[in-house]
Each structure stands twice: as C-alpha cells, then as structure tokens.
Design a binder for this molecule. Structure first.
Ligand SMILES: NC(=O)c1ccc[n+]([C@@H]2O[C@H](COP(=O)([O-])OP(=O)(O)OC[C@H]3O[C@@H](n4cnc5c(N)ncnc54)[C@H](OP(=O)(O)O)[C@@H]3O)[C@@H](O)[C@H]2O)c1
Ligand SMILES: [Zn+2]
Ligand SMILES: [Zn+2]
Length: 350
C-alpha cells in the first residue's frame, strides 16, 4: 500500500484533510499526480448523503486531470510525464456485450466507479480524486490533448461526457433543435457541445439571471421555465431536450417542449419519477437517460473539444477551500464549475 493525502467526509457537512491509502501499483496501473479535480453535483449528493462510519471512507472526486508519475510493468500507452484525464469510471468487466460495444459505462457487471465503488480485483472501496494521487487501470485513463487547459478540461470527464453521449446518440447536429434544461456544470457544457455540433440550441432556466451567459456560451434562445408564455410558445419544438436539473421535479413541462418523435433525456436527478403517459403519447415522445461514457466516446469527446477549443467555464479554488465550493454549489452560486487545485496538498499542513 501507499499513502497520499486528500479530503474525506468527516460527516455530511464537512470534508477534512486526511491520509488516503492507495493500492500498490499493478502491472496495468498508472499513478497520476492529480492536479485539478472538478466539483460535480454528484459529489455534493454523496457528501450530504454520507452517513459516517461504520462504512467506507468517502473521498469524492471523479473528473480530474494530472500527470503520470509511475507506470506499471505492462503499461504500453503511457509514459511518466504524460498529461492525462480520468473520469467517473475506472474499470469494467471488459467482456460483456456492453463492454465489447465500447459502452463500458453500462457494463453488465456494473462499472467500477472512481469513488464509492468497489475495486474488481481486491474488493476495496474506491476513493476519489479530491486527493493528490490516484491509481488507475491504464484503459480508463485518457491522454489529455495538447492545447486543452488542464483545469478547464477536468469537468469534461464527467459533466462533459454525460451530456456528450446522449447528444451524439440522439443525433444532435445541423438541422436539429436542442434544449438544455438547467444551466449548471452539465448544462453549460451541453450548450457548448450542442452549439459546436451545429444544433440550434436553447437554454431553459428558472429565471432570466443566466440569459446573458447563455448567449455568451452560444445559445440561440433562452426560455424561463417559470414563465408559461415562454414554455407554451416553445411547445413541441425540440428534437432533443437534455434535462440536467439536480432535484426531483415534474417532467411534464419539459416533455411539453419535445417535438414529434423527439426525446427528453434526463441525466440530472436519477431517482424515481412519475410521468403522465399522455405527455408521451401526444407526439410519440420518448423519455430516456444516460450516464457517463464509454472509452471510445470519451476519447472522441476529448478530440472534439480540442478541435473546437471547448473547456468548462471554471472557478479554480485551492483544495483547502473544498467546503466553500460545496456550500456554494448547493446555493447554485457557481458559473459554471468549481475546480479544485490539489497542489496545496503538497504542503504539510493547510
Ligand atoms: N447521469 C450521470 O451520469 C450524471 C453525471 C453527472 C452529474 N449527474 C447529476 O446531474 C445533476 C446536475 O449536476 P451538475 O453538476 O450540473 O449540477 P449543478 O451545476 O448544480 O447544475 C444543476 C442545475 O439545475 C438547476 N436547478 C437546481 N436546483 C433546481 C430546482 N430546485 N429546480 C429546478 N432547477 C434547478 C439549476 O439551473 P438553473 O439555475 O439554470 O435553473 C442548476 O444550475 C446532479 O443531480 C448530478 O448528480 C448525473
Ligand atoms: Zn460527476
Ligand atoms: Zn462489462
């Protein structure tokens, strides 16, 4: 075993600095010095839902970039010093139909999550990247393309890929209309990606407060979800609606925006929902979801972002301010993603 340092949930309100134990490097592992890790709303759900010990330690963090510091004896594709990016899955069975189709995110044995998962080989609980070092199986690390800012690129690995897969699978591009509901970490990347794919893109937000930002991000239209005239005027008009709202909510108003044979993809709140069948029936509408991404799609996303110069709009904070980042994310006070700079963990006390 080896020990690094990171931020763990002392309770549901506070992360504290603590030693984090990592496995001994395996032949197909790379060790990554974590430089930047995005703060995903899923981290907030995990921390606020944390019930404390007994139970595994909780170290969040599943969208990060850094530099390779060590490679296992069987690793061929990475060298010490390579800039890399890692997302929210770190292993899968590699053998099921989903894995063979390049959809490791849907592995029938369930993929190994970057934190809060169970390592497939030693059964240990996975601990995330709010820490200075992460060990990852080489297949689940990606070369960070030249030209992508490592801090701004970190959120591509969860927020970005989570909206990229449904946008691609549903055919977003020239001639399609996309609405993105909720302008947060996922939402703002969905807007940038949909616009770059060539789709006519709208933002649906709770107030007009983010309208200027939405235009700056490239959106062509802005709808206020609490304004019936906005929502009625846009009824039945979007081929793809990507719903990133982080709390339970009625899907009816957003299904109302979907065009004939179009799809509402709900990627935010993932609990049970109630749907009026007639909201689907009228217009033969479809309801779907998505999460994370397979290895081919993740590589494609990074290439696409490098070509189109897309990274997240971020506020970088030293990792010692992680609790402030979570509190502000909870208050929706971020435009549009916090990224922790983990280098402060090199100092012996912060
Ligand atoms: N499927 C997956 O694999 C996956 C991956 C990552 C994250 N997620 C989930 O996706 C959700 C969004 O994550 P995120 O990191 O983008 O969160 P975020 O940055 O907090 O953004 C969520 C957005 O939802 C809207 N919203 C918040 N509270 C709302 C409320 N009470 N009613 C209506 N809208 C509300 C806000 O947009 P406006 O201010 O514009 O209204 C907010 O910006 C979270 O639940 C997260 O756990 C899922
Ligand atoms: Zn995430
Ligand atoms: Zn599998």
């Amino acid at each position: 075993m080896r020990t690094t340092v990171g931020w763990h949930a002392a309770d549901a309100a506070t992360l504290q600095r603590a030693p984090v134990r990592r496995r001994t490097l395996r032949p197909d592992d790379i060790a990554v010095r974590v430089d930047y890790c995005g703060v995903c709303h899923t981290d907030l759900h995990a921390v606020r839902g944390y019930r404390g010990e007994p139970g595994p330690m909780l170290v969040p963090g599943h969208e990060f970039t850094g530099v390779v510091t060590e490679v296992g004896s069987e690793v061929a594709g990475f060298e010490i010093g390579d800039p890399v990016a890692v997302g929210n899955i770190v292993d899968s069975c590699g053998d099921c139909a989903m894995c063979r189709a390049g959809q490791e995110n849907f592995c029938r044995e369930f993929p190994t999550l970057t934190y809060g998962g169970t390592d497939r080989r030693d059964g240990s609980a996975t601990l995330g990247a709010y820490s200075r070092e992460y060990l990852v199986r080489d297949r689940f690390a990606y070369h960070l393309p030249d030209g992508l800012d490592p801090a701004g690129a970190a959120p591509l690995l969860c927020a970005g890929i989570t909206v990229w897969e449904p946008l691609r699978a549903l055919g977003a591009g020239p001639g399609t209309r996309v609405a993105v509901v909720g302008l947060g970490g996922l939402g703002h990347l969905a807007v940038k990606l949909a616009v770059a794919l060539g789709a006519e893109t709208a933002v649906v937000s709770r107030s007009r407060g983010k309208a200027t930002d939405a235009r700056r991000l490239g959106a062509h239209e802005f709808l206020v979800s609490t304004d019936d005239s906005d929502m009625n005027a846009a009824g039945d008009s979007f081929d793809i609606v990507i719903d990133t709202i982080s709390v339970p909510h009625d899907l009816g108003p957003y299904l109302g925006l979907v065009a004939l044979d179009g799809t509402l993809s709900q990627v935010g709140y993932l609990g049970p929902v109630t749907v009026q069948t007639t909201d689907l029936l009228i217009g033969r509408k479809k309801l779907g979801s998505a999460g994370s991404g397979g290895r081919p799609a993740t590589s494609a996303l990074l290439d696409f972002c490098a070509r189109h110069d897309i990274t997240a709009d971020i506020e970088v904070l030293p990792s010692a301010r992680v609790n402030e980042a979570l509190d502000r994310l909870e208050r929706n006070d971020v435009r549009y993603r916090f990224v922790l700079d983990l280098s402060d963990l090199d100092r012996s006390s912060i």
